[in-house]
Design a protein around this ligand. Structure first.
Ligand code: SAH
Length: 258
């Protein structure tokens, strides 16, 4: 979807009501409905996310969140780059990420993803994931409002990563890969707590060697969870839990040079 530019600013609570041409485009053309989310730009050009809160006869009401605000809710923010996996498994990954206070889930299509890019017309997926995140947050009481976006292609993912990297000097990106590609682990990587931690987890069939290479070239550090092969949904929860625990308990451990 081309960048939707707002003609006016939301109010101080982030609420905005859209009518006229905007209403026609969003509701009649893009068939937006309550719960759907889309990227937009404020009149100032700042990146934001609009979540539809109501669609009336001639107006669409939405809640606006600045993208940069998403990352400052907690430090460090944990962002999960999750390769698309089959429906219910993706819902489980989203729910568990919501419960564990992942700041943003960024679904993307990798070579072994099922469904493949564009083959799954289920546009309501994003609305469903947002409802799952709302329920998970209510149930867990997490203070973090986890965000999620529509699945990106690999190219879009890497340009999103470059954008994040430019916004956050101290960002640590970890490629969660079952083949040990380096002899460093979570403790060494987290000895200095970064501002932002990005975890990339593959699909059922895993990352292909050239995909793993692309992540490493883009600055991702490879990390393994041990010799057993976990399902993607287990690896997403496991790696998030390790990062959150090591950071939460940072004062209780040191890395000894062996
Ligand atoms: N390639 C394997 C499975 C991939 S499992 C196979 O074909 O059976 C799906 C994803 O979970 C992987 O892409 C990786 O991101 C993660 N994963 C699974 N086991 C892992 C481990 N022991 N260490 C690190 N990541 C793991």
């Amino acid at each position: 979807m081309k960048q939707f530019i707002l003609r006016e600013y939301p109010d101080k609570n982030g609420d905005i009501s859209l009518g006229g041409k905007d209403f026609h485009y969003l509701v009649r053309v893009r068939r937006m409905r309550k719960g759907d989310v889309f990227d937009c730009r404020l009149p100032s050009g700042e990146a934001a996310v609009l979540r539809v809160t109501a669609v009336e006869k001639n107006t669409l009401a939405a809640k606006c969140t600045l993208v940069k605000e998403v990352y400052t809710q907690t430090s460090p923010a944990i962002i999960l780059f999750q390769s698309m996996v089959k429906g219910a498994k993706m819902d489980l990954i989203v729910r568990q990420a919501g419960e564990t206070g992942v700041t943003e889930i960024v679904p993307f299509y990798s070579g072994h993803s099922v469904p493949r890019d564009g083959k799954n017309p289920d546009v309501g997926r994003l609305g469903r994931w947002l409802r799952i995140l709302d329920e998970a947050r209510k149930q867990s009481g997490s203070a973090i409002v986890s965000n999620i976006s529509a699945p990106r292609s690999r190219e879009q993912l890497f340009s999103y990563w470059e954008q994040m990297r430019s916004l956050h000097e101290e960002s640590l990106a970890l490629l969660v890969h079952e083949i040990p590609l380096a002899n460093m682990g979570f403790h060494q990587y987290l000895e200095t707590v970064p501002e932002l931690v990005v975890l990339a987890v593959g699909p059922e069939g895993g990352f292909s060697p050239d995909e793993a290479g692309d992540f490493v070239k883009a600055g991702f550090k490879p990390v393994t969870l041990g010799s057993t092969i976990l399902r993607a949904e287990s690896a997403a929860l496991y790696s998030t839990a390790v990062v959150r625990t090591l950071i939460f308990e940072r004062q209780t451990w040191t890395v000894t040079k062996i």
